[in-house]
Design a protein around this ligand. Structure first.
Ligand code: MLT
Length: 242
């Protein structure tokens, strides 16, 4: 199951869905408030999103443990899923994400963004995030990817963006929990990720007992989209081993 980042939708995983569907059952939902899922209003916590994923597995009749792969906000949600539903996890893949919660000023900034996006529209998030989401190489050489992501963000309902931003602002700190993650874990990060840098993710990998760590060259925060083949190879190898 693939869990998208903020403020995107399932289509960020198209490169993975195509490649992995021949061998695996792939599920890539739009989170509450994003894509074609109903609007999340007020606040949607990371735990609520994790509950939604568990409910989706129930709805699909999937009781056997699944591999869960989340990017960035999807990673925050995957950690909550681990906290509440560890027995449903066969493996955990954390892409371009972090395990610490927000510093107070970062959390305050998110609440301000939530208000601003409701007043002015989703494009303000696209304008601030796009330059930081991709490597310089992708910004220059893969403009269609960048434009697709811009379109997704500007067509996302501002209420969904605000609700998730508020939820991220109050998310839990998982740093002290990392040694307790027992399921096989793969950490993937773009080498030029400026939002969740590779060095920080390497530190996370050291704290998780059963973790592998993979840096993706020529990629930023959106590594699965920027370099799908390298990310697919890492995921496929991990899935074969678990
Ligand atoms: C994401 O890609 O999901 C966001 O960068 C997460 C965040 O804002 O912390």
């Amino acid at each position: 199951m693939f869990v998208h980042g903020f403020p995107l939708d399932h289509s960020m995983w198209n490169g993975q869905i195509e490649r992995l569907s021949d061998r695996y059952r792939v599920i890539a939902p739009d989170l509450r408030g994003f894509g074609r899922s109903g609007t999340g209003e007020g606040i949607v916590t990371m735990a609520q999103f994790a509950d939604d994923l568990a409910a989706l597995l129930d709805f699909l009749g999937i009781d056997e443990p699944a591999a869960l792969c989340g990017l960035s906000m999807g990673g925050y949600i995957a950690l909550e899923f681990w906290r509440w539903y560890a027995e449903r996890l066969q493996g955990l893949i954390l892409c371009d994400t972090r395990t610490a919660n927000d510093a107070p000023e970062t959390a305050a900034g998110r609440l301000a963004v939530a208000e601003k996006v409701l007043r002015e529209g989703s494009h303000i998030v696209a304008d601030t995030m796009i330059p930081r989401l991709f490597s310089a190489d992708t910004l220059q050489n893969q403009p269609h990817l960048v434009e697709n992501i811009r379109q997704i963000i500007i067509s996302t309902d501002p209420r969904g963006i605000a609700a998730a931003a508020r939820g991220m602002a109050r998310r839990a700190d998982f740093t002290a929990e990392l040694p307790r993650i027992r399921c096989p874990t793969l950490l993937i990060v773009g080498e030029s990720d400026v939002i969740t840098p590779a060095a920080d993710m390497q530190e996370i990998a050291k704290s998780v007992p059963n973790a592998e760590f993979k840096i993706i060259p020529q990629a930023g925060h959106m590594a699965p989209l920027e370099q799908p083949e390298a990310v697919n190879a890492a995921i496929a190898g991990f899935l074969r081993r678990i």
